[in-house]
Design a binder for this molecule. Structure first.
Ligand code: GLN
Length: 380
């Protein structure tokens, strides 16, 4: 049968993690920690399982978790969202992205996507008959040129997908970005998805500027975040979407037929831990900044060049001085096959492969793992 996604192969994250395993390489490719979340959090999963939290929970998510999110959002961003009408728990950020895209994109609708972009955005748009409109972020800072965005808007523009802190580049929105976006969407009916899954991983004293803080943005937004990043549990696939009631109602129509629910013991355990340790979110940036700095300090002595990541647990590195003639994909294959370190080529996140020699390393790893990797990388 004809493929609905003729240009899409297996996601790079599965491909690279498999190559890393096959070659027993140090895996700095797919973004996940090689350590557990807090023991108290893990213990609550067993507790709730034994207490009987093993059947379908409410479709919108367990009430105590939605309440805990209300408190967290209010503490961090100063808006009291409604647990009942504005929050939906999903099975991962990728599900939330798919639900939000699916509930608003109809055939022919244009969706503005900034390249490099997380790899699920484009296929989700295409499966709904939408037309991705790609805007290239420019190295080395990967900020948005808002005049370019303005020029890309047409009467068919339905949705814009934004992501700060940004995977894979580590760029972070400034107040000027927020102001420009407010100006741009004013008087239009363009909707926004804000992929905030790295919201608590922002470095060097910067602040995450969530759209929930800005009413003119929030009223047209799906704000998506994930507990996997925050609590070192990416495989749990527990995330959420915050959106105003009318958008949430549409979002839930899709969510109920995609996954319907998310394992209740995981939701309850996260709710307990959010109550027990609200400071966890505040401490996460420092935790990851130390890892970024450990990695980058050694990499300073390598032939890679880089600008320190501003957020997320990813660091881009330019390998031009090491293998100027290799594409980024060739470089990553060489690196994993011959040198035993796995990374992600940035071109897989772009429609037009960029004229750049950039790869992404994940530094959400134990210090020993990072040091073992840098030992190899600085010898190249
Ligand atoms: N978000 C993670 C990354 O960018 C992994 C996502 C995935 O494996 N689907 O590496």
């Amino acid at each position: 049968p004809p493929s609905k996604l003729p240009n899409i192969g297996t996601t790079i994250f599965s491909v690279m993690s498999k190559m890393a395993a096959d070659h027993q390489a140090i895996n700095l490719s797919q973004g996940f920690p090689d350590y557990n979340g807090p023991k108290d959090l893990l213990d609550r999963v067993g507790y709730h399982t034994e207490q009987g939290a093993n059947q379908y929970p409410p479709m919108t998510g367990v009430p105590v978790l939605r309440e805990a999110i209300v408190d967290k959002v209010s503490r961090h961003y100063g808006r009291t969202v409604s647990a009942e009408d504005e929050i939906t728990i999903t099975s991962g950020g990728t599900e939330a992205l798919f639900d939000a895209i699916t509930c608003v994109v109809s055939p022919g609708d244009e969706v503005i996507i900034f390249d490099p972009a997380f790899d699920s955005y484009v296929p989700a748009v295409q499966l709904n008959g939408g037309v991705p409109v790609h805007i290239q972020l420019q190295a080395p800072h990967f900020g948005i040129d808002w005049d370019v965005v303005k020029a890309a808007i047409t009467p068919k523009t339905r949705l814009m997908i934004l992501n700060s802190p940004h995977n894979p580049t580590g760029s972070v929105f400034s107040q000027a970005d927020i102001d420009a976006l407010c100006d741009l969407v004013k008087g239009t009916d363009i909707l926004l998805i804000s992929d905030d899954v790295y919201e608590h991983i922002v470095f060097d004293g910067q602040q995450h500027l969530s759209f929930v803080k800005y009413d003119e943005l929030f009223q047209r937004s799906f704000v998506i975040s994930s507990f996997g990043k925050t609590y070192h549990a990416t495989g749990w696939k527990v995330a959420y979407c915050i959106a105003p009631p009318a958008l949430t109602a549409e979002f839930r129509k899709v969510h109920q037929f995609v996954t319907f629910t998310t394992p209740p013991a995981l939701q309850l355990a996260i709710a307990d831990y959010m109550r027990q340790a609200p400071e966890h979110c505040d401490e996460l940036a420092g935790f990851y900044q130390a890892k970024r700095d450990l990695f980058n300090n050694v990499m300073q002595d390598s032939r890679f060049s880089f600008i320190p990541s501003g957020g997320t647990y990813f660091q881009l590195m330019d390998y031009r001085a090491i293998q100027p003639d290799m594409s980024d994909t060739e470089f990553c294959e060489w690196l994993v096959n011959e040198k035993g370190v796995a990374a992600i080529p940035v071109s897989v996140f772009c429609k037009q492969p960029p004229d750049a020699t950039l790869v992404r390393f994940c530094f959400a790893k134990n210090d020993e793992t990072l040091l073992a990797a840098t030992e190899i990388l600085k010898g190249l």
